[in-house]
Design a protein around this ligand. Structure first.
Ligand SMILES: O=C(O)CCC(=O)C(=O)O
Ligand SMILES: [Fe+2]
Length: 214
């Protein structure tokens, strides 16, 4: 990371910078203690208003392979494959986690996309979080709760791959040029695994735009 904030973070033995070129990605295992992370998993699973949306891709309707929901400040509207995601108001837990993620990443967030992968057949296709409403070189803080899943990065130009196991209670921070040069996603797995909730905290800088998550 270029900024002294990240240099400072990297002095800590429990913060790792991923060995990726054209990217600034740091990984903090056990950012939340396991017990706390489990409490959050259950609380969020039962209290957030989850939905499994249908999106239109190349003229065909598809059920997205996970549950999701969008929370944030009232202006932080997100448009997503034809869906208008108007944020629900912050819950107490999301607000507390947002503040902790802001301190950990030295960034401001006004919204969070929550994804619930209930089993191994739930996934997210390769994409970059590079929508215009996220602004240039966005910092995105991604908290993982529940079953560990492999997070895959693929370089857009040279096709280099890098993967990182996102553990229960871990925080992954993507910043700088990461979204310009890399895609990321989560494959399905046939392993019998439990559920995982992921929260990606973001800062929406324009009210309307489009995205292409699959
Ligand atoms: O579930 C994850 O770890 C990643 C989610 C993601 O990439 C996104 O919400 O844009
Ligand atoms: Fe993403």
């Amino acid at each position: 990371m270029q900024s002294s904030f990240f240099d400072q973070q990297l002095d800590s033995p429990s913060v790792y910078r991923l060995p990726m070129h054209d990217a600034e990605v740091i990984y903090i295992p056990n950012w939340l203690a396991a017990e706390k992370a489990t409490q959050y998993y259950h609380k969020l699973a039962e209290s957030l208003v989850w939905r499994q949306d249908t999106i239109r891709l190349y003229g065909k309707e598809h059920l997205i392979p996970r549950q999701q929901c969008w929370y944030g400040d009232s202006g932080a509207v997100y448009q997503y494959s034809g869906l208008d995601l108007t944020p629900l108001p912050w819950t107490e837990e999301l607000q507390a986690l947002k503040q902790a993620c802001e301190s950990a990443s030295d960034a401001q967030f006004n919204s969070v996309l929550a994804n619930w992968y209930q089993h191994g057949q739930h996934s997210m296709g390769m994409h970059s979080d590079d929508e215009p409403e996220l602004g240039a070189q966005p910092t995105i803080a991604s908290l993982s709760l529940g079953a560990e899943r492999n997070f895959i990065f693929k370089h857009k130009r040279d096709k280099t791959r890098h993967s990182v196991l996102l553990e229960h209670g871990s925080l992954l921070i993507m910043a700088g040029m990461t979204q310009d040069h890399w895609q990321h996603g989560l494959n399905k797995t046939v392993k019998p695994i439990g559920g995982r909730i992921n929260l990606t905290f973001r800062q929406i800088v324009h009210d309307h735009s489009t995205t292409n998550h699959r």
